[in-house]
Ligand binder design. Structure first.
Ligand code: SF4
Length: 532
C-alpha cells in the first residue's frame, strides 16, 4: 500500500520573490551578466528576469505598441530597457553627451526622461547591457537601483543650489543618501521599491506627497533661535491604491537628516508584514492596512535613532499652493547675473542627437550643468542673463519648448505598450497627439493643467495627482478591442494635496480630446472670476 502524499503547495509570487532575493544579491553578481553577454540571450536563466531589475533593466515589448494586452499580459522580446539613475536629476554636459552617444549607438536613438529624474533607454541586447553599464560607470553614473526592490533614484529639487526660495541646498544630502543606499548590501533586499525625495526648497516641486520618504526644508525655532532643518513625510505612493504621504510631527535637524532617512529605510526593510503580498508591500500599507499612525511611526523612528526628535506640529509648515513646479522658462538664480532655462520636453521623449545637442548648449551658454526634472523636462543652469534669449531660440529650434502651451507643459506620459509589458494602452504617441489636439481646440487656455497619461493601473504617469488623469483601459468597439482611457479628475499636490477622483467615465482614445474639450469649455464658461 502506498502512503498518500500531501498535495504540493504552490509557492506564491511573494514567496518566490523572497526566496530568490535571499538566494542572491544581484548587485554582487554582475560577472554573471558578463557571462550571459558572452553566451547570448538564451543563456539567461528564467529567474534572472528578477535579478536584472537590480541593475535597472527590464525586458521590453516590441516597440510597435503590440506588447501589452487586455490585462497587460504582453510578452517580452529579446530586448531590454534600462534606466540610468540621476540622483537629484544632476547631470553634466560630459555625462549627457556620453548618454546621447549610448542612445545613438545602442538604443535606436531614442530615450525617455522619466518621472523620477532618470533617463530610460530601450532596444538594448544582452551584449549591449554590459557595454552600457561599463560606459556609465566611467562617467560616474549607474543604473543600479533604478528598478527592483531597492531604493529608487533619489529625487530632489532640480534648482538645488541656485533657487531664490531655497532654504538649504539639499542636493549633497540626496546624493549621499543615494550612494549610501545603493552601495550598502544591507539595503539590497527591501519588501518592494522604496522612493525617497529630499528638497531644501519649500515649494515642493519634488512631490514629497507621493514618496515613501520625503524630507522638505522648513524653518523652526529651537531654543529661541530660528533653525533650518527638515520636515518628514512617509508612506506616500500611487499605483493602484494611492496614498498621500503622512506628515511625521517632528523637526529633523540638518545633522540628523542622513540618519533619519537611513533609519526610515531600515524600518521599511524590517517590516516583514509587508513581505507577504507584493501587491500590498509598499510602505503606505503600514498606514493603510496595519494601523500605523504618524505618532506610532515617530516612536519607531526615535527608537531606531536612539534619541528624541524635536516636536513639530503641522502649523509649522506653510505649504505651497498647487503652483507650476516644473521650472520651465527663464528663472533668475540667486547667483547675481545668472538664470536657469527650463525646456519642456513633450512626454519626456528625446533622441540621442538632441541629448548631445543639449550638452553642447549647456557648455555654450552655461557652465555645462544640467538638471532632469520629475516632470520629464530638462533645465540648463548657470546661464548669464544676457544669453538666455539666444538659448531659448536654440532650445525651441531643437524641438523643445520654453514658451509653451499649458497642455504641452502639463503633459506627462508613462512608457505604455510601446515598451512596457504591463501596459494596456499606448501612451507616448497618444499624449503627443492629445496635446496637439487640445492646442488646436483651446488655443490660449490660460490655466496650468496637469494632463497625465498612464498606460495601466500602476500609475507611473501619476494620473492620481493630475487635474485630468487618464488611465489606460481597453473597450470593445465594433467587436474589436481598442485603446481607451478612464477619466480621473481633480488631483492636486501641495496645499490642497489629494488624489484625483475617478469619474466612472471612459472614452475610446480617439474620443478623449472631445471629452476634455467639453470638460474645459464647461469650466471656462462657469468659473468664478479669479478662480483657477
Ligand atoms: Fe507600464 Fe505605464 Fe503601467 Fe507603469 S503605468 S506599468 S509604465 S504601462
Amino acid at each position: 500500500m502506498t502512503t498518500p502524499t500531501a498535495p504540493a503547495i504552490k509557492e506564491t509570487k511573494a514567496q518566490k520573490t523572497e526566496r530568490l532575493k535571499l538566494a542572491k544579491n544581484p548587485w554582487e553578481a554582475f560577472d554573471e551578466i558578463r557571462q550571459f553577454a558572452r553566451d547570448g540571450r538564451d543563456s539567461v536563466p528564467e529567474d534572472w528576469a528578477l535579478y536584472f531589475r537590480w541593475w535597472g533593466v527590464y525586458s521590453q515589448g516590441d516597440g510597435l505598441g503590440l506588447a501589452g494586452g487586455k490585462n497587460g499580459e504582453g510578452k517580452a522580446t529579446e530586448f531590454f530597457m534600462l534606466r540610468i539613475g540621476l540622483p537629484n536629476g544632476l547631470l553634466t554636459s560630459h555625462q549627457l553627451r556620453v548618454i546621447g552617444g549610448i542612445t545613438k549607438k545602442y538604443a535606436r536613438n531614442l530615450a525617455d526622461i522619466t518621472t523620477r529624474q532618470n533617463i530610460q533607454l530601450h532596444w538594448l541586447t544582452i551584449g549591449d547591457l554590459v557595454d552600457v553599464v561599463d560606459t556609465l560607470t566611467e562617467i560616474g553614473l549607474s543604473p543600479k537601483g533604478a528598478c527592483g526592490d531597492v531604493v529608487r533614484n533619489v529625487t530632489g529639487c532640480p534648482l538645488a543650489g541656485i533657487n531664490h526660495d531655497e532654504l538649504i541646498d539639499a542636493s549633497p544630502l540626496a546624493v549621499q543618501v543615494a550612494r549610501a543606499l545603493t552601495a550598502n548590501t544591507a539595503f539590497y533586499n527591501l519588501p518592494r521599491k522604496f522612493k525617497i525625495s529630499i528638497s531644501g526648497c519649500p515649494l515642493w516641486c519634488n512631490y514629497p506627497e507621493i514618496n515613501d520618504v520625503a524630507l522638505t526644508a522648513i524653518k523652526h525655532t529651537v531654543d529661541g533661535k530660528e533653525e533650518v532643518g527638515y520636515t518628514l513625510r512617509v508612506g506616500g505612493g500611487l499605483s493602484t491604491e494611492p496614498h498621500i504621504a503622512a506628515r511625521i510631527p517632528a523637526f529633523i535637524r540638518q545633522d540628523q537628516a542622513f540618519a533619519a532617512v537611513m533609519a526610515a529605510a531600515e524600518i521599511f526593510r524590517d517590516a516583514d508584514v509587508l513581505r507577504e503580498n507584493r501587491m500590498k508591500a509598499r510602505s503606505k500599507y503600514l498606514f493603510m492596512r496595519f494601523g500605523w499612525t504618524p505618532e506610532s511611526y515617530l516612536e519607531v523612528l526615535e527608537a531606531k535613532l536612539g534619541y528624541k526628535l524635536i516636536p513639530s506640529p503641522a502649523e509649522d509648515e506653510n505649504i505651497a499652493d498647487d503652483i507650476y513646479r516644473d521650472h520651465i522658462g527663464i528663472t533668475p538664480q540667486r547667483q547675481p547675473g545668472l538664470s536657469s532655462v527650463g525646456a519642456s520636453v513633450l512626454r519626456g521623449r528625446v533622441s540621442g542627437d538632441q541629448l548631445q545637442k543639449l550638452a553642447d548648449l549647456a557648455e555654450k551658454y552655461g557652465n555645462g550643468q544640467l538638471r532632469a526634472t520629475i516632470m520629464q523636462n530638462i533645465i540648463i543652469v548657470n546661464v548669464p542673463n544676457e544669453m538666455t534669449a539666444a538659448l531659448v531660440i536654440e532650445l525651441n529650434t531643437l524641438g523643445f519648448q520654453v514658451d509653451v502651451s499649458a497642455f504641452w507643459r502639463g503633459a506627462i506620459a508613462c512608457t505604455g505598450t510601446e515598451f512596457c509589458k504591463l501596459a494596456i494602452t499606448e501612451t507616448k504617441g497618444f499624449a503627443k497627439w492629445l496635446v496637439s489636439e487640445m492646442e488646436d481646440r483651446l488655443p490660449g487656455f490660460d490655466q496650468q493643467i496637469k494632463l497625465h497619461v498612464t498606460g495601466c493601473t500602476n500609475s507611473c504617469g501619476q494620473h492620481w495627482i493630475a487635474d485630468i488623469g487618464l488611465e489606460g483601459k481597453k473597450i470593445k468597439q465594433d467587436g474589436k478591442l481598442v485603446d481607451a482611457f478612464h477619466f480621473c479628475v481633480g488631483g492636486a499636490v501641495g496645499k490642497y494635496a489629494r488624489t484625483s477622483r475617478p469619474l466612472g467615465y471612459r472614452a475610446a482614445a480617439e474620443d478623449v480630446p472631445d471629452a476634455i474639450e467639453r470638460l474645459l469649455r464647461a469650466y471656462l464658461a462657469e468659473r468664478q472670476p479669479e478662480e483657477d
